[in-house]
Design a protein around this ligand. Structure first.
Ligand SMILES: Nc1nc2c(c(=O)[nH]1)N[C@H]1C(S)=C(S)[C@@H](COP(=O)(O)O)O[C@H]1N2
Ligand SMILES: [Mo]
Length: 210
């Protein structure tokens, strides 16, 4: 059987299982998509900042960040450019784990987060999605540290957990080369959201553009 036939069969299966959102097609590859160039990573100077509506601002070195509590998830990722990749496995830090262990303390009025990445890319999410199990500050993909082109050392990831029923956004709402999280009371549009992409970006509602 040819690779194309395999791909088509897998896609048909996902569609039958209700896992293929409208307008998407399955890829077995892992496309690389971003604006600008891949930033270098220097573990000695890298830092990750938590700021905005928090009780205390934080800055973690790479050594500190890599020792934060780890969470693993498996999910399907859906890019607005219409590729979907199924059963991807991620490991990293979840915001609920940081809150539970008192590593961060956000103010009660926080309702949104803004991910800030190297080079100025930003993307926003409502807090309730950032607290769901399908959002992670990922350091590992499929058991290996992230590669530079996929966002090393840390990226936001958001995807669909089959059967969970929780809200799922397109993959642009996970910033590669993530360097900080800003907690907000009012929504603030990110890079693509300002350029005409839909603010919510729900994959099941096909919210691609405004
Ligand atoms: N820093 C940064 N993160 C980014 C982007 C970007 O341009 N810069 N593009 C987003 C978009 S549009 C997509 S589809 C995914 C692509 O992730 P991948 O290259 O690992 O497939 O990254 C998202 N995160
Ligand atoms: Mo994208």
């Amino acid at each position: 059987m040819g690779q194309q036939t395999d791909r088509q069969e897998l896609e048909n299966q996902m569609e039958k299982d209700g896992r293929l959102p409208p307008g998407q097609s399955l890829t077995v590859k892992f496309p690389v998509l971003h604006y600008g160039s891949i930033p270098p990573f220097n573990p000695k100077t890298w830092s990750f900042r938590i700021w905005g509506e928090v009780e205390k601002e934080h800055s973690w070195s790479w050594e500190e960040f890599s020792q934060l509590p780890q969470t693993e998830i498996q999910m399907d990722i859906h890019c607005v450019t219409r590729w979907s990749k199924f059963d991807t496995h991620w490991k990293g830090v979840s915001i609920p784990s940081l809150i539970k262990t008192d590593l961060i303390r956000i103010k009660p009025e926080v309702a949104f987060i803004l991910q800030h990445a190297e080079g100025g890319y930003t993307t926003n999410l409502p807090l309730d999605i950032a607290l769901q199990e399908n959002f992670l500050l990922a350091t590992h993909f499929d058991g290996e540290p992230l590669t530079p082109e996929h966002g090393a050392p840390v990226r936001g990831v958001v995807g669909h957990i089959p059967g969970s029923g929780i809200k799922t956004t397109y993959f642009w709402k996970g910033a590669k080369w993530l360097t900080g999280l800003e907690f907000l009371t009012e929504d603030q549009l990110g890079f693509w959201e300002k350029s005409g992409y839909h603010n919510e970006g729900d994959v099941w509602k096909e919210q691609r553009t405004k």
